[in-house]
Design a protein around this ligand. Structure first.
Ligand code: FAD
Length: 405
């Protein structure tokens, strides 16, 4: 008789895990809390689904948070971005590139990706039950023999948990399984929102809402920085660079640290380039207002905001003192953003925390705490930057978990 595998969760991780397990002849049952499958996947990339990108597995691993890189690599190598593209192309869903890097289905429909997953799952004989929240585990002799939902018992030889995270509750994000697992002595780390906007009460940001800077570098510390577009919002910053730093900032705040991000607003220019520009203005354009010197390089509002913050609001170039120049150079290359918080779960596209990585064998996704338990996707303490990394992680970890090695 075929071994029974129960998968919890019908997101990209659970569905891929189900396919991987069913392909090897196991009897797979996917249990989903919600009335329908793959809700977050359907909403991903504004419904277009940025399902991976053009990095190879090794380079991709380097884009995860420093402490996660070693852990994610074996899974990414087991089912690489190339493999993911081939998998969907083989089922008729070709991809197109945005910015020569981000992969979306040509149709721009996340539903095409979900349909392939469902088709493959059923092709290999697996079943999906929706409206079936797992609310209990039966553990005997340190093995999970089955799960409970609505008084029903579903026996299993293996359990694959791919229950996602609590972000975007309106898309069904919740963390009910975190509590259940913790109550059964499986180590689950507290979560914080990730991939969300960052809040700041800094006065210099007032009046910048809506302005976009195309290329920035946002630094938290020596190990954690993000490059990319930044959007000033009514209460702080957003856009890819901010989203990518939000999880690390949230952890630092939770741990009681003072969090100051450093923003390089135009990284193509270094400190000496700006210094040269200021020196030249002093000599050749002494009567010009300093805030008008950056017109070719920065949006006017940003130039005004940093000039004001540096104490050179209405100053002309000829009057620029050494002290003010230093402060200005600091804002131009390393502007401080004091972080007061991050957006709530309502707007968090990912989460930090979840099942402790150190309790999982990264080469198999098998739990070190319960032998017949495997983990995948966002349910694990892994969070990636925006740009297809999270769904790739869900596919890769799901694939590897489903091999049940
Ligand atoms: C708005 C939005 C846009 C995004 N866009 C992108 C993007 O373009 N590219 C990208 O890479 N990432 C994107 N992400 C992130 C990506 O969607 C997630 O990383 C990914 O869905 C995680 O997959 P998963 O299978 O681990 O979890 P999920 O997709 O969250 O699936 C987990 C499933 O488990 C179910 N579940 C939970 N608890 C139980 C239980 N007790 N019993 C039964 N079932 C349970 C949940 O209902 C859910 O359906 C986006 C996220 C959001 C919210």
């Amino acid at each position: 008789m075929a071994e029974k595998v129960v998968v919890i969760g019908s997101g990209p991780a659970g569905l891929m895990a189900g396919i991987s397990a069913a392909k090897q002849g196991r009897e797979v049952l996917v249990l989903e809390f919600l009335p329908d499958i793959g809700r977050k996947l359907l909403a991903s990339g504004a419904g277009k689904c940025n399902f991976t990108n053009m990095l190879d597995a090794e380079s991709m691993a380097e884009r995860y948070a420093p402490e996660q890189r070693r852990f994610v690599k074996p899974a990414l190598l087991s089912f690489t971005p190339d493999n993911v593209r081939d998998f969907f192309a083989g089922q008729g869903v070709k991809y197109k590139l945005v910015d020569d890097f981000y992969c979306f289905p040509v149709s721009e429909k996340a539903s095409d990706i979900l349909q392939v997953l469902l088709d493959r799952l059923t092709f290999y004989g697996a079943r999906v039950l929706c409206n079936t929240p797992v609310s209990g585990l039966k553990i005997e002799n340190e093995r999970i023999c089955g799960v409970y939902s609505h008084e029903k018992f579903f026996p299993c030889d293996y359990l694959i948990a791919a229950a996602g995270g609590p972000g975007f509750p309106r898309l069904g994000g919740h963390a009910s399984l975190d509590k259940l697992f913790a109550a059964n002595n499986i180590t689950v780390l507290d979560r914080t929102p990730a991939l969300c906007g960052i809040k700041s009460n800094d006065l210099w940001l007032n009046g910048l809402a809506g302005i976009v800077l195309d290329k920035t570098v946002l630094t938290l510390d020596k190990k954690n920085f993000a490059q990319g577009t930044l959007l000033f919002t009514g209460d702080g910053i957003s856009g890819p660079a901010a989203l990518d730093m939000s999880g690390r900032a949230a952890i630092a705040l939770r741990d009681g640290k003072k969090v100051v991000l450093r923003l390089n607003i135009a990284p193509e220019k270094n400190r000496s380039d700006w210094q040269e520009l200021l020196e030249k203005a002093r000599q050749e354009n002494g009567k010009k207002l300093i805030r008008n010197l950056f017109n070719h390089h920065l949006p006017q509002a940003v130039a005004s905001a940093i000039t004001q913050a540096a104490g050179a609001g209405e100053m002309i170039a000829a009057n620029l003192s050494k002290t003010v120049q230093e402060r200005l150079l600091e804002y131009l290359t390393n502007a401080p953003i004091n972080v007061s918080g991050v957006e709530s779960w309502e707007k968090a596209m990912a989460s930090t925390g979840g099942v402790d990585r150190s309790k999982i064998n990264s080469k198999t996704m098998q739990s070190k705490e319960i032998a017949n338990l495997y983990l995948a996707g966002e349910f694990i303490d892994v969070d990636a930057p925006c740009g297809g990394y999270n769904i790739q992680w869900a596919f890769s970890s799901g694939y590897l978990a489903g091999l049940l090695k």
